[in-house]
Design a protein around this ligand. Structure first.
Ligand code: NAD
Length: 502
């Protein structure tokens, strides 16, 4: 594709390079059309790399959710009866179009979120296409059970789409996590009302254009932009929306559960984390070191799976710490559009302030900053961007607030341990249980650790290696339910057992 000829590429490129103020309005996607919010009011959308408004987001209301609901309800009968092959075909076309627009979408994601464009090119956009393709094909292989009662009767299980479902997603991996939810919902025959984060709405908007071009029938997917407390809450409260798949913070998850539980909605909640990265003395040192830099600071540390608490076995503690700090201090924080930047901008001023607040708290709690700890002021057009040096903190107790609360930025703590029991008690001490990483060459120890860690996901000698068929989700306050593979298709279907007397 010649990206130079694309309208969107020109728009983003001009905007990014020249930071021209434009009046581009994002629109909702309801009933197959791009429409303004009923209020006709818009919110500012910032480019975090330059700290300037570059587009406007629909400030939608309950009424827009009601319009989306009507469209989704009307579309449900035909879409749920569309053959699996038919759903597969249109979804595969969507995946193809994502790939055709790869460069444009990656640039849009980088501008909207502040992440290095290189990361969006290598991870966010390819994985968005994979999510759609994976569930488009998975539905062709989705089967239900039968139970034979020795000649008396036979039971079989029908798996039916639920109806209109809600998908609410966060800002850290915008298109990636958006597609991770809507793809299984659509493949299973539901119609969807989706709400992307108001902080990063752009790629969901571009995605709605892709859906129109791919020929997704009107009303099958509806994307309503706006504030969580208005639009997200309106989805949660709507009596006709029978299932909610949510990814975001634990406090928001609690608020959603409080409203949805008395209405007996199906709920899938993927929430926060405070993930341990456990490094034993017998690890492959270089691999553990290299990967820990990535697992700490990829996407400016704004991945729910990042390891934010590094525990190192005492015999290698000093060696690991020195090498880690040296590598981290060489990471380049800079223009997200520069392919040499390792870290771009944090997603918003408010989030930068929050992360800086935690660095101050760490100091108050007795922590020593080994590297970073400061905001970075870049020059020229980037002078107002939200940049923070990757930060490593030592000397904190495992149970202080810095080590218990989710920071969700480029900040990690590092501390030594002496025994397996000790590190397990540190690792399991938080309210969270999303992901953990273990580094050791001893396979028995690795398996023992994996079994005893309170975590939905454990990586051994690797990080962020993802097979889309595997269960994805957290324990404790990191969530309820599992996404991934047939788990997601199970979530987005209702079962009916049919018992036939023979
Ligand atoms: P958030 O909870 O603030 O927002 C997530 C989404 O919920 C947004 O679309 C927001 O508009 C909406 N929302 C806000 N208030 C709402 C309400 N009252 N009712 C309904 N919807 C509402 O989270 P965030 O700041 O966008 O994302 C960061 C958080 O997400 C972190 O805690 C991170 O760990 C978590 N996260 C978890 C996973 C996972 O898979 N477990 C993945 C990515 C991010």
């Amino acid at each position: 594709m010649n990206i130079q000829s694309s309208f969107f590429f020109d728009f983003f490129y001009d905007n990014f390079k020249l930071h021209k103020r434009t009046t581009m309005n994002i629109q909702n996607y309801i009933g197959g059309a791009l429409v303004n919010p009923s209020s006709n009011l818009f919110l500012d959308n910032f480019n975090p790399a330059i700290g300037k408004v570059y587009s406007y987001i629909p400030n939608s209301e309950k009424e827009d959710i009601q319009n989306a609901y009507k469209a989704a309800k009307n579309a449900f009968s035909a879409w749920s009866k569309t053959s699996k092959e038919g759903r597969f075909k249109v979804m595969m076309r969507i995946a193809e179009l994502i790939e055709e627009r790869h460069d444009e979408l990656a640039l849009a994601e980088s501008i909207d979120n502040g992440k290095p464009v290189k990361l969006a090119q290598q991870v966010d956009i390819p994985r968005a296409a994979s999510n759609i393709r994976f569930f488009a094909t998975a539905i062709l292989h989705f089967a239900s059970e039968s139970h034979d009662m020795d000649g008396v009767a036979i039971n079989y299980t029908l798996r039916k789409p639920i109806g209109v479902v809600g998908c609410i997603s966060p800002w850290n991996l915008p298109l990636y996590l958006f597609t991770w939810k809507i793809a299984p919902a659509l493949a299973a025959g539901n119609t969807v009302i989706a709400k992307p984060s108001e902080i990063t709405p752009m790629t969901a908007y571009l995605f709605s254009k892709i859906c129109i071009e791919a020929g997704l029938p009107a009303g099958v997917l509806n994307i309503v932009h706006g504030l969580g407390v208005k639009v997200g809450a309106a989805i949660t409260e709507h009596p006709g929306i029978k299932a909610i798949s949510f990814t975001g913070g634990t406090e928001t998850g609690k608020a959603i559960a409080k409203v949805a539980a008395p209405m007996f909605k199906k709920l899938s909640l993927e929430l926060g984390g405070k993930n341990p990265n456990v490094i034993f003395a017998d690890c492959d040192f270089d691999n553990a070191l290299r990967t820990s830099v990535m697992s700490s600071f990829a996407n400016q540390g704004q991945i729910c799976l990042c390891g934010s608490r590094i525990f190192v076995e005492r015999p290698i503690y000093e060696k690991f710490k020195t090498a880690f700090v040296e590598k981290v201090s060489k990471l380049k924080v800079g223009d997200p559009n520069d392919s040499n930047s390792n870290l771009g901008a944090l997603v918003s001023k408010q989030h930068l302030e929050k992360v800086l607040g935690y660095i101050n708290l760490a100091k108050e709690e007795g922590g020593t900053i080994l590297t970073g700890g400061n905001q970075i002021h870049l020059e020229g057009k980037l002078a107002n961007g939200n940049y923070l040096a990757p930060t490593v903190i030592e000397g904190l107790s495992f149970d202080c607030r810095t080590n218990q609360e989710e920071i969700f930025g480029p900040v990690v703590t590092i501390m030594p341990f002496d025994t397996e029991e000790e590190v397990l008690s540190y690792a399991n001490s938080t309210q969270y249980g999303l992901a953990a990483t273990v580094w050791t060459q001893d396979v028995t120890k690795a398996n023992r650790m994996a079994a005893n860690l309170e975590s939905g996901i454990v990586w051994v000698n690797c990080w962020l290696v993802r097979d889309l068929r595997t269960p994805f989700g957290g324990v404790k306050n990191s969530g309820v339910g599992r996404e991934g593979g047939f788990n997601a298709l199970n979530f987005f279907t209702e079962q009916t057992n049919v018992c036939v007397k023979l």
